[in-house]
Design a protein around this ligand. Structure first.
Ligand code: ZN
Length: 338
């Protein structure tokens, strides 16, 4: 490990050769046909990266760096500074400035996404998606909602911008905070609009502008982060509220934070994306919330999900929790005490 400025540590990336070679590609290094198989790809990376036995060049992805909290950074050659990586934006805005290979990689990724989406569409014609333009319009809406105001005030602009981009947090025209349900293929299925005061506390009202009966179904909040290359090895933490997921992602960025939105929100359809993954569920602090989760464990395990529950009540009764002021608290209240 080598330490660079800003106390960032370079992440050692291991590149393993893939067993398969793509004979149809044009080598990115010397622009030759790969009919002779001289260009070998790396495992789990886009096909643009590999080693060329013809010209002897290795085409590698850009170096990644991380800080003490685990936030990952990349060097922006135009702005001449390190920027936190926001994975899905990583391919578009941040890296366009790099070199040709990155843009080609972008194209490769886009194409593969389009292919799998088409397959899904054919099977389930009734599912509708919210156009990206609407998501971006809410993202750019000013002034920002109260929750973003609170987060900027409490955690600073760098953190605030990172999580805003990570989850595409939007602002509704009436000032509400828009939490988009974007699925693991990057398509937006639904939205929840919640209202907060300037101290980040939620009012009870919320709105769901896209309805089931019109073809809009919810998925886990943050599901779009699960299958990204850089997140594949990461542990997933599931919490009840969207805000807790966001605050968690600020405090402990080495995990992927998802929210199931409400105590009964963990349905089978939503869970499918977690199969084969390691997850930690943190229910809110009430006996009821913990019991509901405990009942779900066996069905989760049966699905092939490696699940653990972190019971923050420590076995205390609701009365004890109320007396100690912890009843119905969520993780942010815990973070606040540190
Ligand atoms: Zn070459």
């Amino acid at each position: 490990m080598s330490v660079v400025k800003n106390n960032l540590i370079k992440i050692e990336q291991k590149f393993q050769f893939s067993n398969k070679r793509n004979l149809n590609l044009i080598t990115p290094c010397c622009n030759k046909s790969n009919k002779n198989g001289k260009f070998v790809n790396y495992r789990e990376l886009p096909e643009i990266y590999g080693y060329c036995h013809s010209c002897g060049k290795a085409n590698l992805p850009p170096s990644l760096y991380k800080d003490e909290k685990g936030v990952e950074y990349i060097w922006n050659d135009v702005k001449k500074c390190f920027e936190p990586i926001v994975s899905h934006m990583y391919y578009k805005d941040v890296l366009q400035v790099y070199h040709n290979s990155v843009i080609q990689r972008d194209t490769i990724i886009k194409n593969s996404v389009i292919q799998c989406n088409t397959a899904v569409d054919n099977k389930e014609k009734t599912i509708k998606y919210v156009p990206k333009s609407i998501v971006l319009r809410c993202f750019n809406q000013t002034p920002e909602n109260n929750l973003m105001y609170y987060i900027r005030n409490t955690y600073g602009n760098t953190n605030a911008n990172r999580i805003k981009e990570l989850y595409y947090i939007g602002t509704n025209k009436d000032g509400g905070t828009v939490f988009w349900n974007i699925n693991n293929q990057g398509k937006t299925q639904k939205a929840k609009v919640s209202y907060y005061n300037l101290k980040g506390k939620r009012c009870n009202q919320f709105r769901v502008p896209y309805k089931n009966e019109d073809g809009y179904y919810s998925c886990l909040f943050g599901a779009h982060l699960i299958d990204l290359l850089e997140n594949k090895q990461k542990v997933i933490i599931l919490v009840e509220s969207e805000k807790t997921a966001i605050i968690g992602a600020i405090h402990l960025p080495k995990y992927i934070w998802l929210s199931y939105g409400g105590i009964n929100g963990l349905t089978k359809e939503k869970l499918n994306v977690l199969i084969g993954r390691k997850i930690l569920i943190i229910p809110d602090m009430s006996k009821n919330a913990v019991e509901i989760m405990n009942k779900k464990i066996s069905s989760l395990t049966q699905l092939g999900i490696d699940v653990n529950i972190w019971d923050m009540t420590n076995g205390k009764t609701d009365r004890q929790l109320k007396e100690e002021g912890w009843y119905n608290c969520d993780l942010e209240d815990v973070f606040r005490t540190f």
